[in-house]
Ligand binder design. Structure first.
Ligand SMILES: *Cc1c(COP(=O)(O)O)cnc(C)c1O
Length: 415
């Protein structure tokens, strides 16, 4: 059979399954784990930019995004890139962290985080987490500090403000170390009346397609430190823009993802969208990157169309985050009914619940189908390994190992 013959057969098979679900009264769509903040207006914006290719490399929207984000986040400076990972690379460079230096980070993270360190021969030193907010356990940090330690990387997972946030910053200040905040999951969260990311020296945020707000790929750095801002600005100036083909793929991915993951009739429109836009899909992390290789396109900065999408997403982010918190109350109730412990919301914090984490039996994590059908949501597995999704061995992080075996995560935007 030809490829198109095969895909036609697949479409027919999927729609037959849909028909069966419909007859049995089973919903045709399930709440998705990503791209739920994309709307018609983002699709319109992507289509608009497809028609205005001559403006793709102008700086107007980029500068506007930096101003908008900094203001909204209560930070003095912001610089955007094509990923949170690139934003982290910019921070490492701006802090003058050098080959052979060490950065302490949780042994429960995404592979692109240690990659950003390893690309410049900085050594990731993993420390264990606690299981209430999945952040670094501050009581273990002192043992990890050596004469080569330059920074501690605080990670706020799932949208929760991490339990030991203030104590970690205190330890770093006392030991003369920098604090980098990984806010990839918690854009918009608050702590003591300020946005998370303003307590350390520099923070990075992600607008990758599975995150709190969505430009398919994208990231931004903030800082309140004038000297760091100058160096970040220099890094931003020398960074290149992605090429035309990349930007086109990114714009098409906005349209594709809207019809695949968000549109109420996605059970029907997904196939059409894949046929129309599917070949332009972008992969967030390539297999090569998972194995620790630096992709050739790494290190790029946001061009105008992506910044324009980011500005539009930022306008809606607070509203979406309130909706996430309402859903979290529903998952709170479910945890009580099922006897699972609820994630900790630390005093004086407002989380954003990118995903709601629950510790279940290892067997329920391995076989999630029952939970997924019962709750009618896609069930996430962040993380399925310590350095997700890579298989790098991490020693001496038993709590992180527990989370790898037991933590599932539920979407918090259901429609
Ligand atoms: C996604 C993610 C990153 C990287 O962000 P990108 O925009 O995908 O480069 C960093 N840290 C964590 C915890 C993440 O989930």
């Amino acid at each position: 059979m030809t490829t198109s013959g095969r895909s036609l057969a697949n479409v027919a098979k999927r729609q037959l399954l849909n028909l069966r679900r419909f007859v049995r009264g089973i919903p045709l769509t399930r709440a998705s784990l990503g791209s739920m903040t994309l709307d018609e207006d983002d699709v319109d914006l992507a289509r608009f930019w497809m028609e205005h290719q001559s403006n793709w490399y102008r700086s107007h929207e980029v500068e506007e995004y930096h101003r908008d984000f900094a203001k909204w986040n209560g930070s003095a400076y912001a610089f955007s890139f094509m990923g949170g990972r690139v934003a982290l690379s910019a921070i490492i460079d701006a802090m003058g962290i050098e080959p052979g230096d060490e950065v302490i980070l949780p042994g429960y993270t995404c592979v692109v985080v240690p990659n950003a360190l390893r690309y410049v021969d900085v050594k990731p030193v993993y420390s264990d987490i606690e299981l209430e907010t999945y952040g670094l356990d501050c009581s273990l940090l002192e043992d990890k500090i050596t004469s080569r330690t330059r920074a501690i990387l605080v990670q706020h997972l799932y949208g929760l403000v991490c339990r030991d946030y203030e104590k970690i910053v205190e330890i770093a200040r006392k030991r003369n170390l920098m604090v980098i905040e990984d806010c990839a999951h918690c854009t918009g969260a608050m702590f003591r009346g300020k946005r998370v990311g303003n307590l350390g020296d520099a923070a990075f945020y992600s607008s990758e397609q599975s995150k709190v707000f969505n430009t398919i790929q994208g990231g931004i750095v903030t800082t309140n430190d004038h000297n760091l801002a100058e160096r970040l600005g220099a890094f931003h100036s020398q960074a290149e823009y992605p090429d035309l083909d990349w930007i086109k793929k990114q714009l098409f991915s906005v349209i594709l993802n809207y019809y695949r993951f968000k549109h109420p009739k996605r059970w029907l429109l997904e196939d059409w969208a894949k046929w129309r836009y599917g070949e332009y899909r972008l992969v967030s992390t390539t297999a090569e990157e998972e194995r620790g290789r630096r992709p050739v396109h790494y290190g790029r900065k946001m061009p105008a169309p992506v910044a324009s999408l980011a500005i539009n997403q930022l306008r809606k982010i607070d509203d979406y985050n309130s909706r996430r918190r309402v859903t979290a109350q529903q998952w709170d109730k479910w945890c009580l009914e099922e006897g699972y412990s609820r994630p900790l919301v630390i005093h004086d914090s407002t989380p954003v619940f990118l995903r709601y984490p629950v510790l279940v039996d290892p067997s329920s994590k391995r076989d999630r189908q029952g939970i997924s059908e019962h709750l009618n949501v896609e069930v996430g597995v962040w993380y399925s390994s310590n350095i997700h999704p890579a298989n790098d061995l991490v020693h001496g992080c038993p709590k992180a190992d527990q989370a790898v075996l037991r933590c599932i995560n539920l979407p918090c935007l259901l429609a």
